[in-house]
Ligand binder design. Structure first.
Ligand code: AHG
Ligand code: MN
Ligand code: MN
Length: 311
C-alpha cells in the first residue's frame, strides 16, 4: 500500500470535526473555520513575495502593497461575507469598522500578519485573532469567546481555543488542518525565556527579574516574532515571554486587543498565565483599540514570580 493511501486509512481528525466533537457552537465553528482558510490565502501571499526576494521588480511600477496590508484586505473581505461578523478591528485600520448587517453575533480582532518585518529573513511569522461577543471596549474576560493564531514557518500550524482547552492543528499537503495536539497543558515551570526591549531601557525591578531567570539557567529564546515566540512556549509546555514597560515607553510595545488578549486567552486555556505585572491581561479594560500594555506570559511559576518581583 502506498504511503498516501495509508494516511487516509488512519483516523485523522480535522479542524471542523474537532470543533464539532468539542461541541463548539455552530456559528463560532464556521467562523473559526473560515479564518483558518484565510490563513491558507495569507500563506500563499507570503510565498508569492519570494518573487521580490528573488529580485523581480514590479514591471508596471505600481506601488506594491505591504504583506500586512494585503493580509488585512484578505481577512476583512472574507469575514465581510461570512455572515457571522458584525464588526472588524485590525491593527492595520484606524478604527473598528462595521462589516456585517449589524445583526451578526461576533466582533473579530486581527493582527493579520504579525512579524511582517521578518519575512525577508525567512523566520516564522503569524496571524493572531480574537473573537468577541458584545463590545470589545471591556475586559477580555467579559467579551472573548475564542482566540486563535496561525504560524507560517517550515510548517503551517493553527492553535485555537473556544474556551475548552487549546488545540494544535497542522496544515497537511492536501490543505486540511489535522489535529496534532489536543488539550495542550503547560507544566508549572519551563526552562526558556523571551525578553523584549533593550536591557538599558528596562526598569530596575524588571532587570532583577530577568537576572533571576538567567541565574536559574533559563535559555534565551527570542526571535522577534510574537507568534513563534509564544508558540515555542506553548509547544515546549513552559517558559516565559515578556515585553515589559520601558523607561521611555511605560506601556511597552505590544497591542492589548490584537496581540495580547488572544494569546492570554489561549495561554490560560493551556494552564498558563498572562499579566501586565499587576493585573491579568484579560482583566485589563480596553479603553482604546490601539491600547498597548506590558506583558508577562507563560507558565505559572515564572508569571507569578514576575508579579511578585514587580510589585
Ligand atoms: P507587527 O509585525 O505585527 O507590527 O508586530 C511585531 C511585534 C511582535 O511580533 C514582536 O514580538 C515584537 O514586535 C518585536 O519587537 P522588537 O523588535 O522591539 O523586539
Ligand atoms: Mn503584531
Ligand atoms: Mn501586524
Amino acid at each position: 500500500m502506498g504511503e498516501g493511501i495509508g494516511d487516509y486509512t488512519r483516523n485523522l481528525i480535522d479542524l471542523r470535526r474537532h470543533m464539532w466533537l468539542e461541541g463548539v457552537e455552530v456559528e463560532l465553528r464556521r467562523l473559526i473555520w473560515q479564518i483558518a482558510v484565510v490563513g491558507k490565502y495569507i500563506s500563499a501571499k507570503i510565498h508569492e513575495s519570494n518573487r521580490k526576494l528573488a529580485g523581480f521588480q514590479n514591471v508596471y511600477g505600481e506601488e506594491q502593497l505591504a504583506l500586512d496590508r494585503i493580509s488585512d484586505e484578505i481577512m476583512k473581505n472574507k469575514l465581510q461575507f461570512s455572515g457571522f461578523v458584525r464588526e472588524y478591528a485590525s491593527e492595520e485600520l484606524e478604527d473598528i469598522i462595521q462589516i456585517g448587517s449589524g445583526k451578526e453575533k461576533y466582533i473579530v480582532t486581527a493582527d493579520p500578519l504579525d512579524g511582517s518585518s521578518l519575512v525577508d529573513t525567512n523566520l516564522a511569522i503569524g496571524t493572531i485573532i480574537g473573537i468577541h461577543k458584545e463590545s470589545v471596549m471591556d475586559c477580555g474576560r467579559n467579551t472573548m469567546v475564542a482566540a486563535l493564531y496561525i504560524t507560517y514557518g517550515p510548517l503551517i500550524t493553527m492553535i485555537y481555543s473556544a474556551g475548552k482547552g487549546a488545540h494544535e492543528f497542522v496544515l497537511d499537503r492536501e490543505g486540511e488542518y489535522i489535529l496534532s495536539q489536543e488539550n495542550i497543558k503547560l507544566k508549572e515551570k519551563g526552562s526558556i525565556f523571551s525578553p523584549g526591549g533593550l536591557r538599558r531601557d528596562w526598569n530596575p525591578a524588571h532587570l532583577k527579574f530577568v537576572e533571576k531567570l538567567e541565574s536559574d539557567g533559563y535559555k534565551l529564546r527570542y526571535s522577534g516574532g510574537f507568534v513563534p515566540d509564544i508558540n515555542q512556549i506553548l509547544i515546549k509546555k513552559g517558559g516565559l515571554f515578556t515585553y515589559p514597560a520601558l523607561k521611555k515607553a511605560p506601556q511597552g510595545k505590544l497591542r492589548l486587543l490584537f496581540e495580547l488578549q488572544p494569546m492570554a486567552f489561549i495561554m490560560e486555556q493551556a494552564g498558563g498565565l498572562a499579566t501586565n505585572g499587576d493585573q491579568d491581561i484579560l482583566s485589563v479594560k480596553v479603553e482604546s483599540i490601539n491600547q498597548i500594555s506590558p506583558i508577562y506570559i507563560g507558565s505559572s511559576t515564572e508569571v507569578q514570580l514576575a508579579k511578585q518581583m514587580l510589585s
